[in-house]
Ligand binder design. Sequence first.
Ligand SMILES: [Zn+2]
Ligand SMILES: [Zn+2]
Length: 371
Amino acid sequence: MTPADESRATNPLWVPWPRFVPAILGCGIGIASLVLVARAQAPAAAELSDVGPSPIPAATPYIDTHTHFDEKHPADTVRALLADEPRENAAKIYLQIPPFSYTDADRFDADVILPEARKYPTKIGVLGGGGWLNSMILESVHTGDSGPEVQAKFRDLAERLVREGVAGFGEMAAEHFVGSTGYEYAPPDHLLFLLLADIAAQHGLPIEIHMEAVPQAMDLPAPLKSPPNAAHLNENITAFERLLSHNPRAKILWAHLGVDGTGFRTPELCRRLMSAHPNLYMEIKHDPKSPGKHPVLVNGVVDPEWMKFFQQFPDRIVIGSDQHYSGHDDPGRWQSDVLILNQLPGAIRTKIAIANARRIFTPNPPPPVRK
Ligand SMILES: [Zn+2]
Ligand SMILES: [Zn+2]
């Protein structure tokens, strides 16, 4: 056991407040540099890095549907999550797997955390597939092979994750700028995405998808750099709508509302897609260190356009902070989502905080056993 491990064992993940350590930059963080061109950095960001000896808890119990963890210390992660939930007023936290590529030799999947997390099914949920399934989709895009053998293997792995107890499939990526994982592109109507939608619908499980909005083909927006990102981005909204229409029983959770890397994930686009596709859901994220081009929090206040959007679709929006629980975490992401939540009118706050997530993450009952 190294000194670092020892310190984790005796004082697992959480460090005294306020301790500023740069957050582990996760999926979606490829837009970190966009902070330079985003709206003027909200004063709230500075405030959030110095929130005092205690964070501000949610005004109502909430479920965080999207977080990540340290796969090398699953037991510590679970212990620390259980200890932290009361401080956040979090009723349940869902962990998920980063969207890995087939070229990521150290990719992993939900099996690394499920044995520990399964002990606390009311407090912790796990989504899987970011390691096994996302990498297969990217490999299939690369090779062009999505034939019967590839489909069979993909289905086997997805069904294995379901048997092992995942609460959904994630994190999948269709357009992902470089962050903790590399640049990734896959058409959201790729045959394996459609297959996953069918499997997810069959079990009543949601699919989490990370996808920068690209409503028309475009050059990579500044200040993002290529390489490592692609120089040109493919239009993806048409294909995304094909995925949504493919199986209306598949619940598709579009991650990272607010953290927009292209400038096109606007309230208007989100409104149009939500109106057209009742199986589309969205997850609110705000990263004070990397707010992106359409942040929900501006100067610490919920943007009025986003507020209108939340009020229009109160039954299909959830909290997905993308917090990384890894041992030295700046709590800025979950704290920001809590500050958003606390500003919502009471009538919609409870839905977005907890009721919607409970509904989305309720799987289909198992089929009756034949005698
Ligand atoms: Zn992501
Ligand atoms: Zn994520």
